[in-house]
Design a protein around this ligand. Structure first.
Ligand code: AMP
Ligand code: TRP
Length: 339
């Protein structure tokens, strides 16, 4: 690892399809940051257990996400699977003892998700793991002494808690051991659902509210064709949320710059045809999706080797986590196992 570079850490839950909201909001940034920094990216399967889940599906989702992330450009050496680095959970316990209970009670993600679980009736159950989720996230970040954490805006509160825990730990052990991690946001504002441009694109809202990066071409075109353009709440003279979102998608894709400009000129002149805007949006997404799908297919031809490679990179990344945990146990007054 190059010591002069900054460390970037981020993680994603293996909970189903990757969509253009995740991709443009976070994952594209992960890919771009690799040129400048030491990057560590995790697939957090321990976190995925905090909501009702199926064990068989969890393992499938993990490997599926490995292939998706590699296909969009994450380098295999930078990728690890959280359950292959169990030190995260041990550090989580130590951090539990430095984390104020009141801060956890105020987490909006906990409130939202426990409401989702409660709404599921008997199927839903609010686990202590869901409550403790942000402490494990703090361990993910601090175990690699991350300087930067690229995530969407919805994660700000969790990042703030990581800094609270780091500071309390430093105060408790009497040493400025952890550096305070900073959040990095992308230039792309939130991507909205094309079916309802007033809510964010997301898996949890149902199938029509997200466009999968690896969906087939016909489906992507159909979803864009039926995109809502008029939400009926736009003040005169302003661009509607639906139109804004389509322009945003074209811009984020970065492969239709001339068409973007001429559509924008037409909009300003008052003669934009929505059918043209939609067709350019669909072309932009389909072209990206094709490139990624081809790479994914090539990776799947060597499925076994790729899986082995990620187990190996997790093993290498684990060494850094073990070193931090050893130092933390020492500072905390715990004993270290000698192997
Ligand atoms: P999730 O799929 O909700 O676990 O999110 C994974 C990452 O993608 C997080 O960093 C989120 O902040 C980001 N993200 C999720 N949905 C969107 C969206 N609609 N627009 C922008 N970023 C998003
Ligand atoms: N909570 C994050 C999300 O829902 C996922 C996550 C877990 C994470 N651990 C992390 C993100 C550490 C950044 C750093 O998207």
């Amino acid at each position: 690892m190059d010591q002069t570079k900054k460390t970037v850490l981020s993680c994603i839950q293996p909970t189903g399809d990757m969509h253009f909201g995740n991709y443009f909001g976070a994952v594209k940034n992960w890919v771009d940051l690799q040129a400048k920094h030491n990057c560590v990216y995790g697939i957090v399967d321990y976190h995925a257990m905090t909501m009702p889940y199926s064990p068989k599906k969890l393992r499938e989702n993990v490997w599926n996400l490995v292939f998706n992330l590699l296909a969009v450009g994450v380098e295999p050496d930078n990728l690890f699977i959280q359950s292959l680095v169990p030190e995260h959970t041990e550090l989580c316990w130590i951090f539990n003892c430095y984390c104020p209970f009141g801060n956890l009670s105020r987490m909006t993600q906990f409130k939202d998700k426990s409401k989702d679980n409660a709404d599921m009736g008997k199927e839903g159950f609010i686990s202590a793991g869901l409550f403790d989720y942000p402490v494990l996230q703090a361990a993910d970040i601090l175990i690699y002494k991350a300087d930067y954490v690229p995530v969407g805006k919805d994660q700000d509160q969790h990042l703030e808690l990581s800094r609270v825990i780091a500071q309390r730990f430093n105060n408790g052990v009497g040493k400025e051991y952890f550096v305070m991690p900073e959040t990095l946001h992308t230039d792309t504002p939130k991507i909205m659902s094309t079916a309802d441009p007033l809510r964010k694109m997301s898996k949890s809202a149902g199938e029509k509210h997200y466009i999968g990066v690896f969906s087939d071409e016909a489906r992507i075109r159909k979803q864009i064709k039926s995109a809502v353009t008029d939400t009926g709440e736009t003040p005169v003279g302003e661009m509607s949320a639906g139109i804004q979102n389509l322009f945003r998608l074209i811009k984020a894709a970065g492969n239709q710059e001339e068409a973007y400009q001429s559509l924008m000129d037409e909009y300003k002149a008052g003669n934009l045809k929505y059918v043209d805007l939609k067709s350019v949006t669909a072309d932009a997404l389909v072209s990206l999706s094709h490139t990624f799908a081809e790479r994914r297919l090539a990776l799947l031809e060597n499925k076994k080797d790729v899986k082995q490679q990620i187990k190996q990179s997790s093993h290498e990344i684990r060494k850094k986590a073990q070193q931090t945990l050893k130092e933390v146990k020492e500072l905390s007054g715990l004993l270290n196992v000698k192997y």
